[in-house]
Design a protein around this ligand. Structure first.
Ligand code: UDP
Ligand code: MG
Length: 312
């Protein structure tokens, strides 16, 4: 008998919650109960709506369901981590609460897992109902991050994936606070394979990833998986130093060997502004890394659980 854990991060998902629970249990009723058992872990990521009450309601009726209730909103990637920290399964599946990732795909993932793969991730073929902006930025972003970093993060994947216990334990041993889960899973290696699926429209409710959260995820990804921006910073600094050197020689020449040295004023202004701007840019990039080093070095817990529901 194998236990499969399903981790579902939930943030203000009252509109979809009941349907999500229904579809997940319907999917798992198709599994042979003599071979598999399952548990569903809903992580309430500081929802301000009725999500927590709904989770509690389901737990009261179904002993296979458990709940982790955060003390505040910690974000999607942390919610996933908390669910995985608190699951028992021989394999664990992460799925969004909004039914964009069809639960039926989990059955295909389990098949691949039985074939011996350690990580089975969902690869999105079609993405229905997303804005052109999101599709384009996502497409561009995954290609960009792969260019920058040494880790090959599979293209067009999200956090919908199954992990074998061994791979999962390796993942959970990584306690960094700036987490880009799909990159970290790619980093651990093992036998990974994709299952292709079409991403559907959100069943109900609205996206919990406004532009601000998307940008934060993107910068966490780039800064934690690559030091290329730092190299760009030094490169830009190097080029400007050369330009500045040429400028200095030129100004000196004008001053010493000609009479019209006031004319260099334009060039002077331009170079001051240019160099000032580039220094700020480079400092900013370095500052991003320093800020993250500071964040990691505080060694705070990744999340705070207010209460656990349905755990003995
Ligand atoms: N989510 C979360 N905490 C957050 C934001 C989102 O737990 O701060 C959850 C959300 O409930 C959903 C999943 O993360 O289950 C993905 O969010 P969403 O579907 O809104 O993102 P999108 O699919 O629009 O990128
Ligand atoms: Mg979604």
């Amino acid at each position: 008998m194998k236990l499969i854990s399903i981790v579902v991060p939930c943030y203000n998902e009252q509109e979809v919650f009941a349907e999500t629970y229904k579809r997940l249990t319907a999917t798992f009723s198709q599994l042979d109960p003599s071979k598999y058992q399952y548990e569903i872990i809903f992580v309430n990521d500081g929802s301000r709506d009725n999500t927590l009450e709904q989770i509690k309601g389901v737990i009261a009726m179904d002993s296979r369901v458990k709940g982790i209730n955060f003390s505040r909103n910690f974000g999607h990637q942390i919610a996933i981590t908390a669910g995985l920290d608190n699951c028992q399964g021989a394999a664990a599946v992460v799925i969004d609460a909004d039914l964009q990732d069809p639960p039926a795909v989990i059955l295909q993932m389990i098949e691949k897992w039985e074939e011996g793969f350690d990580v089975v991730y969902g690869k999105r073929m079609e993405r229905a109902g997303e804005s052109t902006f999101k599709l384009l930025t996502a497409k561009w972003f995954y290609r960009f991050i792969n260019r920058l970093s040494d880790v090959d993060i599979p293209l067009d994947t999200g956090d919908f994936r199954l992990m074998d216990r061994n791979a999962l334990n390796q993942f959970l041993s990584m306690r960094e606070s700036y987490r880009f889960v799909r990159g970290m899973v790619a980093w651990i290696g093992f036998n990974q394979i994709s299952v292709e699926y079409d991403r559907e429209v959100r069943f109900a409710g609205s996206t919990k990833y406004p532009l601000k959260k998307m940008l934060r995820l993107a910068s966490d990804a780039i800064l934690s998986f690559s030091t290329t921006p730092l190299k760009v910073a030094s490169f830009v600094g190097f080029i400007t130093s050369i330009i500045a050197f040429v400028g200095i020689v030129y100004s000196l020449y004008m001053r010493l060997f000609t009479d019209n040295f006031v004319e260099g004023w334009t060039l002077l202004m331009i170079s001051i502004l240019l160099i000032g701007g580039i220094i700020l840019l480079v400092l900013g990039i370095i500052g991003e890394y320093v800020g993250r080093i500071y964040g990691e070095i505080k060694k705070r817990p990744l999340y705070i659980i207010k209460d656990k529901i349905g755990y003995e």
